[in-house]
Design a protein around this ligand. Structure first.
Ligand code: ADP
Ligand code: MG
Length: 238
């Protein structure tokens, strides 16, 4: 096995400003960060510290104001909207605090929406089995618990076999036990598929599951530490 980690993201001097009339809000003030293939990275930090802004820029939902960001060889900082859309469609899965499921569609159909536009998708049944919902294929969101709905959203995100999975407070609307179950599902997906996984969460247990914990403060990386106990990052298997 090779020891050399494969770099997936390279951010250098990443800044994000929001101009609001006369005021400029500095959401990111210069982020230098490498993310490696197969890693599970957790981002912590107080509300307003820039976590969502950073995750959105990594995922091509937003663009930095200054600095550079590469996804492998591709310079995302100079990509057109069309290129960013392609990047998101083929490489990135997103999971948010609110599940954004379509209430008139079953779990299977909510996942199938994504697989219909993907190049080499997992069958919806397989994606739902990976999150432990093989018995809930024909349930509608209203017939599922919050944790189950979030697992449908995770199945939808992984059905396109993304190289990168980005989760912004996926447990934010769940009680702590249910949240832990969701984090365990995400950790298992990272371990079995090798997808690079970044999670923003306030749930303490994630620290033990992660390869690295990155703490943001006022738009900068305040601390970063590797978890030596965790197994080496997986290689992408899909
Ligand atoms: P976090 O996810 O850590 O809570 P955010 O990345 O959402 O933090 O926000 C970082 C800072 O940028 C905050 O001060 C926030 O108010 C500001 N911000 C975020 N999005 C916008 C926006 N669309 N317009 C103006 N300011 C924003
Ligand atoms: Mg946020």
């Amino acid at each position: 096995m090779s020891d050399t980690p494969v770099r997936v993201f390279q951010a250098r001097g990443l800044k994000r400003f929001y101009r609001m009339g006369d005021v400029t809000i500095q959401a990111l003030r210069g982020i230098d960060l490498d993310l490696h293939a197969g890693e599970l990275v957790v981002m912590l930090g107080a509300s307003g510290s820039g976590k969502s802004t950073l995750l959105n820029i990594l995922g091509g939902l937003d663009v930095a104001s200054e600095g550079s960001l590469h996804y492998r060889e591709q310079a995302l900082t100079h990509a057109s909207q069309r290129q960013l859309t392609e990047f998101r469609r083929h490489h990135v899965g997103f999971v948010f605090q609110f599940y954004n499921l379509i209430s008139s569609l079953t779990a299977r159909e909510n996942v199938a929406i994504v697989t219909d536009i993907s190049r080499d998708p997992l069958p919806p049944e397989e994606a739902l089995a990976m999150v432990g919902l093989e018995q809930r294929l024909d349930h509608f969101p209203s017939q599922l618990s919050g944790g189950e709905q979030q697992r449908v959203a995770i199945a939808r995100a992984i059905a396109k076999r993304p190289a990168v999975l980005l989760c912004d407070e996926p447990t934010g609307a769940l009680d702590s036990r249910t949240g832990i179950r969701v984090l365990e599902v995400l950790e298992a997906i990272n371990r079995t598929t090798g997808t690079t996984l970044a999670i923003i969460t306030h749930n303490e247990v994630i620290g033990d599951m992660a390869d690295r914990v990155i703490r943001l403060r006022d738009g900068k990386i305040d601390a970063m530490h590797a978890n030596a106990l965790r197994r080496p990052p997986a290689t992408l298997r899909w």
